[in-house]
Design a protein around this ligand. Structure first.
Ligand code: PRX
Length: 655
């Protein structure tokens, strides 16, 4: 089960930093203390020095941070650089030129390795192809791809020519893709004939065709299709072109375009508590700096590591820690195409042994799923190449932490439980493996330069140990989001307004223990965390209400053994549908949500009801529904409830 404050309050175990790890770590206790001191004494100098040391600039910056339009902060804004150059070209000198940048394993077991030189060539060919297709600096390019090297190549090619990519997770539906194409005004869509997932083909191109059906509603004029599965697809004359055809005859010479530090690098959609997902956008230089530094500090990446982040590139974790952070460090990244337990539950462990993977970054939901399959699966494989483990997406429950530590890490690997968000660009609170002792379930301490705090409802600091409050960040950092695409007001409203623009408000609650360690307790808003993925209750509700039988719906999270949180939906049917078979209707509603959002949003539990608990002003009282869904007794104050009878009725509903 995901931790409640009670279960983690009982957690007192601590695992010291292994001495041999500390000796070789990129960051030791001394450096950590020095960086913290510098960051608080002179933040401009601190960030300026790091940006000069770790990035290659075409035009050096003079100005580190501009605060005059806060909370629209600007970093290094008079400097210019190119992100793709920093991730690839600068590793072409010396030994890294022929070092593996990327090792990919397909679901069918085929393996492909690209050296930095080869990656550079492929990126340049594709960047020239994009230019040839009319893509210019600032244009938006949508990427809806499987986990194949070409997805990384497409992202880097965009960065090289200054196009802003928006990657849409391949598990999202045609409808979700359509929303993102519309909102970004993307000119080009890059997709594939399909993606392999557990031996089956996910029909990406068919979804793309559906998303593009109504031509006047989007700006996509060209679809570039990678052949991956060989599935039979329709190619629309004049619109669709094959990947291999667009690169045919292109030159491998494509100079990287110097970009303003603040030029957007990408837009990525994430769920909020209201409305449709928000298009969070990130900058070029600040984002790159932060992903590069955190990869180096938190994952301790070294030239000889084989590093594997299991996230899909459709999520922020895939952007920051599959692609930009590790490549900026000249690391070797491993990429896997398919389903985690395919063909058997030891697929991950087999690949770790086969490729000598030394750093593994995954999510608690995956750890819990593997744990459930039993110890024998990892035990069949030699996992001794691993030296560091990471976790992201939700708090890690101590039981899963211990299993990960012992069964996968052999008791010797530190675990980096990294707290961060789509909006933060990179890690914010995370154990530096050579510095901070691990406590199972805690993301430990803020990274140098990050001002994390816990405040109460008035915005006053909470200092008492273990007292919960809002998790906020009290100063800007280079990796922070720069806004919401096309909606500056929503940016201020969502993240800053509550406390008068003083703090960035993460939307999570947390507590700090007597050692200053942070323990994230979960979201305080109506955002769900299903298998480490963010979903807004409003999104799922509007997908349900779009079904002709549904009059009203309310969605809440319920604890789930593997997913962390599962979705429970309370649904009121329209009068004329009252007699319809409930099982059939339940199945139809699940299908509806899958079609409008994607399978990750499918409710586990649907309860049909005649009424929902509402306040006198008509607001659904979700906290009551949450208790009901969990089968808990109602202990909350119900005095604002419009009709007490509703509760009794809801309590009698069967699962
Ligand atoms: O609630 C926190 C949870 O995931 C949210 C961010 O989701 P998203 O933007 O999709 O990014 C996920 C990958 C960075 C946070 O607000 N979360 C993420 N990591 C942790 C976490 N909660 C506790 N511990 C973590 N390590």
């Amino acid at each position: 089960m995901p931790p409640s404050i009670d279960s983690t309050l009982a957690e007192t175990r601590s695992f010291a930093v292994p001495a041999d790890f500390a000796r070789q770590a990129n960051m030791n206790a001394e450096t950590f203390a020095r960086l913290n001191r510098q960051a608080s004494e002179d933040p401009h100098r601190f960030w300026g020095d790091l940006a000069r040391e770790y990035l290659d600039w075409d035009i050096p910056f003079q100005q580190v941070l501009e605060t005059d339009r806060a909370p629209f902060y600007r970093w290094f804004s008079d400097g210019q650089l190119n992100v793709a150059h920093n991730c690839v070209d600068r590793h072409l000198q010396g030994a890294t030129r022929h070092k593996a940048a990327l090792i990919w394993e397909g679901e069918d077991g085929s393996v492909q390795t690209l050296t930095y030189a080869q990656l550079h060539r492929k990126m340049c060919l594709f960047a020239n192809a994009l230019k040839h297709q009319g893509v210019q600096k600032g244009d938006r390019v949508a990427i809806y791809m499987p986990m194949v090297p070409e997805a990384v190549i497409a992202m880097l090619a965009c960065a090289r020519i200054g196009a802003i990519h928006t990657v849409v997770f391949g598990g999202f539906s045609a409808e979700a893709l359509k929303d993102r194409l519309e909102d970004t005004d993307a000119k080009i869509l890059i997709t594939a004939d399909g993606a392999w997932r557990a031996g089956k083909v996910v029909p990406l191109k068919r979804h793309a065709d559906q998303a593009l059906l109504r031509e006047h509603e989007h700006s996509v004029r060209r679809v570039i299709v990678l052949r991956r599965t060989g599935a039979d697809i329709d190619m629309q004359e004049g619109r669709d072109v094959w990947w291999e055809d667009v690169i045919a005859g292109m030159s491998a010479d494509c100079p990287a375009l110097p970009m303003q530090a603040e030029d957007p690098l990408f837009i990525l959609y994430t769920s909020g508590s209201t409305g449709k997902p928000k298009g969070v956008f990130h900058s070029s230089a600040g984002y790159l700096l932060w992903t590069m530094l955190t990869t180096r500090w938190v994952f301790d990446v070294k030239p000889e590591d084989v590093y594997w982040c299991t996230a899909d590139i459709g999520w922020i974790t895939g952007h920051s820690y599959v692609v930009y952070g590790p490549l900026a460090n000249g690391a070797t990244i491993f990429l896997y195409e398919g389903a985690p337990m395919y063909p058997q539950p030891d697929r991950f462990w087999e690949m770790i042994a086969r490729h000598g993977i030394s750093i593994l970054y995954t999510a608690p939901t995956a750890v819990r799923a593997f744990m459930k399959m039993g110890d024998e699966w990892p035990q069949r494989h030699d996992l001794s190449s691993l030296r560091l483990l990471g976790s992201v997406g939700e708090p890690m429950n101590p039981e899963a932490w211990m299993w990960y530590h012992e069964q996968i890490g052999g008791g010797r690997c530190p675990i980096a439980d990294t707290w961060w968000q789509t909006e933060t660009g990179g890690h914010m609170i995370a154990p530096l493996p050579g510095v901070a002792a691990n406590k199972p379930g805690s993301c430990t301490l803020p990274l140098p330069g990050i001002g994390a705090r816990i405040v109460n409802d008035q915005g006053d600091p909470i200092t008492a140990p273990d007292a919960g409050g809002y998790l906020v960040i009290d100063r800007p950092w280079p990796g922070m989001l720069r806004g919401i695409w096309g909606n500056p007001e929503r940016y201020v409203e969502s993240y800053w307004a509550k406390f008068g623009n003083r703090y960035y408000i993460a939307g999570d609650s947390a507590r700090r223990d007597a050692d200053g360690y942070f323990w994230v307790m979960g979201r305080i808003d109506d955002v769900l965390n299903v298998s480490g993925h963010r979903l807004g209750t409003a999104e799922v509700e509007s997908a349900l209400v779009a079904h002709p039988a549904v009059a009203e719906a309310a969605v809440v999270g319920i604890p789930h053994e593997i997913k962390g949180e599962a979705i429970c939906a309370f649904v009121i049917l329209k009068h004329q549908y009252q007699g319809v078979d409930r099982d059939e209707l339940g199945a139809a509603l699940r299908a509806q949500v899958t079609e409008l959002i994607g399978a990750i949003a499918r409710p586990d539990d649907i309860r049909f009801t005649d009424a929902l608990p509402k306040t006198r002003s008509g607001k659904i009282m979700r906290r009551l529904l949450r208790s009901l869904a969990r089968g808990e007794e109602i202990t909350q104050d119900t005095s604002t409830l419009e009709d007490e009878g509703t509760l009794q009725h809801l309590a009698t509903l069967k699962k």
